[in-house]
Design a protein around this ligand. Structure first.
Ligand code: PRP
Ligand code: URA
Length: 209
């Protein structure tokens, strides 16, 4: 079973609480999302492979560590996942970015697919699927199924807020995927929104409501 890591760092907890407040502006919400994901990326990339390289410092030659190739892919689930891309790219600027378009049907709450474009060499890459919310788990599960169908293997999932139901669904469907969460919430309401949550992540990022 993949591991589930809930971040308890005070900076992350503070910033997620700021994002949850209903009066937080779109501008602040976007900035906070970028800050939180940058902090999460620092930890989620802890086990990236390194290789030995020979360099010359002003003092001498030395064999030291660098990342083993440009081998990362970031895959946001549209649209809210886009709010995570810049923060990740600020730490791993050579990553390739794929996109998966999914939205939840408002009545069935089932994900509906509308787009999938991934880097050609996706099978060789360490893949970070990103989406702020893991509610029923349907969107993340389908997105990862789509990536695996195109050859993706090494997959991690990063989200801001997860409901216990969504974690269970995703773990059962994709037990090989590690899940990184900034905050684990209590439950889903009757409309499958996370409580206490932060509302609709896409609307809050883009000011569409
Ligand atoms: C939100 C969120 C996830 C999904 C989570 O997207 O960004 O993709 O819901 O819910 P689930 O775990 O129950 O599938 P939404 O469908 O609202 O689309 P949007 O990003 O275009 O607003
Ligand atoms: N999608 C959201 O944006 N928020 C939720 O609480 C659940 C699904």
């Amino acid at each position: 079973m993949g591991k589930v890591m809930v971040f308890d760092h005070p900076l992350i907890q503070h910033k997620v609480t700021m994002m949850r407040k209903k009066d937080t502006s779109t501008k602040d919400f976007r900035e906070l999302a970028k800050e939180v994901v940058t902090l999460m990326t620092f930890e989620a990339t802890r086990n990236l492979p390194l290789k030995d390289v020979e360099i010359e410092t002003p003092m001498q030659k030395a064999t030291l560590k660098m990342l083993d190739g440009e081998d990362i892919a970031i895959v946001p689930i549209l649209r809210a996942g886009l709010g995570f891309v810049d923060g990740m790219l600020s730490l791993v600027p050579n990553a390739k970015v794929g996109h998966i378009g999914l939205y939840r049907d408002e009545t069935t709450h089932e994900p509906v697919e509308y787009y999938c474009k991934l880097p050609k060499d996706i099978e060789k890459r360490e893949i970070f699927v990103v989406d702020p919310m893991l509610a029923t788990g349907g969107s993340a599960t389908d997105a990862i199924t789509m990536i695996k169908a195109k050859g993706g293997k090494n997959i991690k999932f990063l989200c801001l807020i997860a409901a216990p139901e969504g974690i269970e669904v995703l773990q059962n469907a994709h037990p090989d995927v590690d899940i990184y969460i900034a905050a684990k919430d209590e439950c889903l309401n009757e409309n499958k929104y996370i409580l206490p949550g932060l509302g609709d992540a896409g609307d809050r990022l883009y000011g569409t409501k």
